[in-house]
Design a protein around this ligand. Structure first.
Ligand SMILES: *Cc1c(COP(=O)(O)O)cnc(C)c1O
Length: 362
């Protein structure tokens, strides 16, 4: 066998243990007692309308899905004020990141990203044996000027996670507009907006207006995994000029998105109440964490998403201690932040329990 030489240097994603296993190892009677706030999932669960739609769709699972995602794209297009031809669906937005790799990356090419940005971009660069150029952050926020300054003639993409995971920080609409004015035409700007629905309206940059105005070197990535509470179904979408969508479709398998996900997403888009409840839960939770952490004298970053980055000192040790108290958070050493943990905002009861456990541990 002769494998590609670079494949072994692509880091393998280490999945966390199922919480049933954690419960068994730590001797807890019931895994349901564990509060898992490690993956930025929606602790309200999926929209009840989506659950109902999945039940109705279950009897049709002997059929292949609609490989074009016709009805979902139509619905999304109406909602977003774009054409169905401006949309591509992915098996999670992660799959769309991989499509971008197929279309734009190769040995010798690079992408520019920010320090402490969503790690998948680094992995996809490695997968295509391309380089990830990492620009420094400013106050834990993407420094867009530093990123532009890092662009080389071989740069194919520049990635802005807004808000960013794991820092929760946001680039303001004015900053984004200035960035787009300076962005060189040959470079594609990727705006990863996984938490878009949770951003306060006045802080939202309007990237779609540039796509409606036919700008070609921009793509916006969004997902049903976070605010919509459908992470298990794996569904994300990209919004871009039709020319770019056409290129990306060359990298897509015919049935990359499953039929259950298509059915659930269409119903979830109609459930405005569920999104509103989710937003309220997150905004209130962020306030609670800010208040309580300040009282404890613990440093944290103000967040625009459904999680908060907290400086506890020795994140791995704090993670283990919290786990003994039935709380699972995410240590951040993998992001070069060994003194920090990331906590997903949950229900009010979960938040109180997490804060109590954290107080004990610290
Ligand atoms: C969670 C997350 C994603 C979402 O991935 P899916 O594959 O859609 O579940 C993408 N980007 C960022 C920054 C995220 O935090």
């Amino acid at each position: 066998m002769k494998a590609n030489e670079w494949i072994s240097s692509v880091p393998v994603y280490e999945p966390g243990k199922p919480i049933e296993e954690v419960a068994r190892e730590l001797g807890f009677a019931d895994a349901a007692e564990i509060i898992k706030v490690a993956s930025n999932e929606n602790e309200l669960g999926p929209s009840p309308k989506a659950v109902e739609a999945m039940g109705a769709a279950a009897g049709e699972m002997h059929r292949y899905p609609d490989g074009g995602g016709f009805y979902l794209k139509q619905k999304l297009a109406n909602k977003l004020g774009v054409k169905p031809g401006n949309l591509i669906l992915g098996n999670g937005s992660n799959e769309l990141i991989e499509f971008l790799g197929h279309v734009f990356l190769q040995p010798g090419a690079n992408l520019v990203m920010s320090e402490c940005a969503f790690v998948v971009y680094r992995l996809v660069a490695a997968l295509f044996n391309a380089e990830a150029i990492v620009a420094p952050m400013k106050n834990f926020t993407h420094d867009l000027d530093a990123m532009l300054a890092a662009v080389t003639p071989e740069t194919r993409m520049i990635v802005v996670c807004n808000p960013n995971n794991p820092t929760g920080t946001l680039n303001r609409p004015e900053e984004i507009e200035a960035f787009l004015e300076k962005l060189p035409d040959p470079v594609l700007a990727v705006f990863d907006e996984a938490y878009f629905e949770l951003v306060p309206d006045e802080a939202k940059a309007d990237i779609l207006k540039h796509i409606r105005a036919d700008r070609e070197n921009i793509i916006v990535l969004r997902t049903f995994s976070k605010a919509y509470g459908l992470a298990g179904l794996r569904l994300g979408y990209g919004i871009a000029h039709e020319k770019l969508i056409t290129l990306l479709n060359h990298a897509r398998q015919p049935f990359n998105v499953n039929a259950m996900a298509l059915a659930a997403a269409r119903a979830a888009l109609d459930d405005h109440e569920h999104i509103e409840r989710t937003r309220d839960m997150v905004f209130q939770g962020l306030e609670l964490f800010a208040e309580k952490l300040s009282l404890l004298g613990v440093e944290f970053l103000p967040s625009f998403a459904n999680f908060i980055l907290v400086k506890t000192g020795h994140g791995r040790a704090v993670f283990s201690e919290l786990q003994k108290r039935k709380v699972i958070v995410r240590p951040m050493d993998g992001y070069g932040l060994p003194d920090w943990i990331r906590i997903t905002i949950g229900t009010p009861e979960q938040n109180e329990a997490v804060l109590l456990a954290l107080k004990e541990v610290l």
